[in-house]
Design a protein around this ligand. Structure first.
Ligand code: G1P
Length: 295
């Protein structure tokens, strides 16, 4: 059993980041100097993923280019003796093998994942959504892969606890805890329920290990929440066919799909990096003073 492939859907229009996303994919917007998609791909690579399938749409070529070699830039850096920068961009260009497939209509996450069917083969695979960044010494996807392998390559949904006020933004799982573990056997999953009817407060920030039998379910589900084909609805059906697990992963999660989460990640990443920490503290102090903010 090997889990070596991952699907990363990147076809979204990024409307919450307009006007930046008018001309550039949201995935390329950086947190400080590292594009958001870099963090997500790095999580996959550090989890043992060897091949990434991007589900793309028009205007996303710069994401594919980012993970390709750029010989012109490499030559430029080489002739200028900028060895450190040269190594950095060579490393990004060789970090993982990338394939892409187009999602020609925006019919939802379930539909996007289905586009990658022919590239997945017969092994379990990971799905990572780019709106969330999760940081942990053992990457989130690695934790899910380990859980899946523990249960004979079964599907595993990465989950975290949120407040009841937040459940309506997520896929929510219902399950029973396996004693002595952070894992649950899932009973069902529902997409974006109102808090009054939500089965729990355990939600996925978009980290999944799935098995190829998900594709037949994806072909047969009706449109769901938001009139879209929802991956959650297919996972809900999968729970009826076989054992599906939910695993409460460890890690700091940043909701970079919206502006406040993006700001949070930017400040936190600056404070975590020894090269920028002192400068960031200084900036915050100064700006708080300028704006009469006291804590
Ligand atoms: C998608 C999924 C949802 C998941 C969320 C995580 O929703 O459909 O189940 O919880 O991503 O960010 P979206 O945010 O794309 O509407």
């Amino acid at each position: 059993m090997k889990i070596k492939k991952a699907i990363i859907p990147i076809a979204g229009k990024g409307t919450r980041f307009l006007p930046a996303t008018k001309q550039m994919p949201k995935e390329i917007i950086p947190i400080i100097n590292i594009p958001m998609i870099h963090h997500v791909v790095l999580e996959a690579v550090e989890s043992g993923i060897e091949e990434i399938v991007f589900v793309t749409a028009s205007g996303k070529f710069s994401v594919e280019d980012y993970f390709d070699r750029n010989y012109e830039l490499e030559h430029f850096l080489e002739t200028r003796g900028k060895t450190k920068e040269l190594e950095l961009i060579q490393k990004i260009g060789s970090m993982v093998s990338v394939v892409s497939v187009r999602q020609k209509q925006q019919l939802g996450l379930g539909h996007a994942v289905l586009m990658a069917e022919s590239m997945m083969g017969d092994q379990p695979f990971a799905v990572l959504l780019g709106d969330d960044i999760v940081k942990n010494p053992i990457p989130c996807t690695r934790q899910l892969i380990e859980t899946s392998l523990k249960y004979a390559g079964a599907p595993v949904i990465g989950v975290m606890n949120v407040s009841p006020e937040e459940v309506h933004r997520y896929g929510v799982v219902k399950g029973s805890a396996i004693e002595g573990t952070k894992t649950l056997v899932m009973e069902s999953m529902v997409e974006k329920p109102k808090k009054e009817v939500s089965p729990s407060t355990l939600v996925t920030p978009g980290r999944y290990i799935l098995t190829p039998d998900i594709f037949d379910l994806l072909k047969n589900i009706p449109r769901g929440a938001g009139n879209e084909y929802q991956l959650t609805d297919a996972i809900n059906l999968l729970c009826k066919n076989r054992k599906v697990y939910a695993h409460q992963f460890q890690g700091e999660r940043y909701d970079t799909g919206n502006i406040m989460g993006y700001l949070d990640a930017t400040i936190d990443f600056a404070l975590r990096d020894s090269e920028t920490k002192d400068g960031m503290v200084e900036i915050i102090r100064k700006r708080f003073k300028d704006h009469g903010v006291s804590l």
